[in-house]
Design a protein around this ligand. Structure first.
Ligand code: PEP
Ligand code: MN
Length: 280
């Protein structure tokens, strides 16, 4: 097999790989990084038990293996919906038990680590908190998988050094997530940096997934970006799905409805890898 030679960087003590060694992160029975792409899907925000259960059942039957759902939401405006907090965590636990889907949800503050860790299988460090070193240090002490999103203005090196905080603390169950970087085009919420994603995967042994929802801000671009990310080596995808995106309490514009998610999954897993995308 062709092996790439990657310069070793001594500051990346825990994350770097020089022997094509790759880590697998286990969430329940799901393995991330074993060569099969893992699909995580669910609403941006947990809004109610019914909305979360309906979404979980739908994404599971379409092939997703991990449920996402925000309980604590980092919103740009303090006047926007901030998430249902503990109530959302309780909903996630109930839905997880009823559907047998493991759950990933965002941790915003060191104050909430205990309650979030008690209710979810994987803790997401959001883009805005990627360099919250106090939070990273505390999560390094935890023995639960972490999904570390890239900050939209972070270099790949800064992203890997953020992961290094978790590994240095002894938590090696880390999955990186490319969720778009800031560019100049207001038509796109962010720009999916596939080169940065591939570089992170090349420089480190950690699994790397892509978030085409936040990386575009537009549901119509999610199929193309999902395919591109998998073709570029992503170990999985995290995708926002809502029963009624037009009335979602957060990120409706980038959320797929149920038929859209199902057709995305069909396209990703039944079509030849480089065939042309359907026009609609
Ligand atoms: C989210 O996953 O809903 C989210 C807020 O993501 P990010 O931190 O990437 O913006
Ligand atoms: Mn969101």
């Amino acid at each position: 097999m062709h092996t790439l030679t990657v310069e070793t960087d001594t500051t990346l003590r825990g994350t770097s790989t020089n022997a094509n060694r790759r880590s697998i992160v286990r969430i329940g029975t799901v393995e991330i990084g074993n060569g099969q792409p893992v699909i995580m899907a669910g609403p941006c925000s947990v809004e109610s038990y019914e909305q979360t259960l309906a979404t979980a059942e739908e994404v599971k039957s379409a092939g997703a293996v991990i449920l996402r759902g925000g309980a604590y939401k980092p919103r740009t405006s303090p006047y926007d919906f901030q998430g249902l907090g503990v109530e959302a965590l309780q909903i996630l636990t109930r839905v997880s038990e009823e559907t047998a889907l493991p759950v990933v949800s965002e941790i915003l503050s060191t104050d909430d680590i205990e309650v979030v860790a008690e209710h979810v299988d994987m803790l997401q460090v959001g883009a805005r908190n990627m360099q919250n070193f106090a939070l990273l240090r505390r999560l390094g002490q935890l023995r639960k998988p972490i999904l570390l999103k890239r900050n939209p203005a972070a270099t790949v090196k800064e992203w890997l050094l953020a992961a290094e905080y978790l590994l240095a603390g002894g938590n090696s169950q880390v999955v990186l997530c490319e969720r778009g970087i800031r560019s100049y085009d207001p038509e796109l919420r962010n720009t999916l940096d596939l080169a940065g994603m591939a570089l992170a995967r090349q420089l480190s042994h950690l699994p790397v997934i892509a978030d085409p929802s936040h990386a575009t801000g537009r549901r119509d671009l999610i199929p193309a970006m999902s395919r591109a990310a998998l073709a570029a080596g992503a170990d999985g995808l995290i995708i926002e799905v809502h029963p009624d995106p037009a009335n979602a309490l957060s990120d409706g514009k980038q959320s797929l409805d149920f038929p859209e998610f199902r057709s995305l999954m069909d396209m990703l897993f039944t079509r030849a890898p480089y065939s042309t995308l359907p026009s609609a």
